[in-house]
Design a binder for this molecule. Sequence first.
Ligand code: CMP
Length: 139
Amino acid sequence: MAGKITFTIIKPRAVSKGFAGPILNKISESGFKISALKMLQLTRKEAETFYEVHRERPFYNELVEFMISGPIVVGILEKENAVEAYRRLIGATDPAKAEEGTIRKLYAESVQANAVHGSDSDENAAIEAAFFFASSERF
Ligand code: CMP
């Protein structure tokens, strides 16, 4: 059965350009309940751990550098079939291929600075949510 939560990161470039508010608004308007939210700056070690699955990829070091370059906003989003619904809302990883009206089409610059992260499975949503939020921070 499809899960009810997904996890998102609003990435450094989108935050520094002032897009966190508009992106959160779009998330709410699209019917997601925001059940956890905070702004923080990742340490290198945290970013390396979070993106561990991509360690062997050629873009790994660049990705880590980018993700620690400034504050991010992380959140847990609730909706029926949340993972798939949010992936539809954010659009393709490469904003050039993202559909009109999606968050990445509206706010992303490039594959790396692609505005937001969204979990790719229920299992990863649970792991990623737990990585950032204590149970006392989840509502
Ligand atoms: P995200 O959903 O955060 O998960 C992994 C990230 O790696 C992805 O979004 C992109 O920002 C980044 N990424 C994926 N492919 C590439 C690529 N070819 N070059 C640079 N960054 C990439």
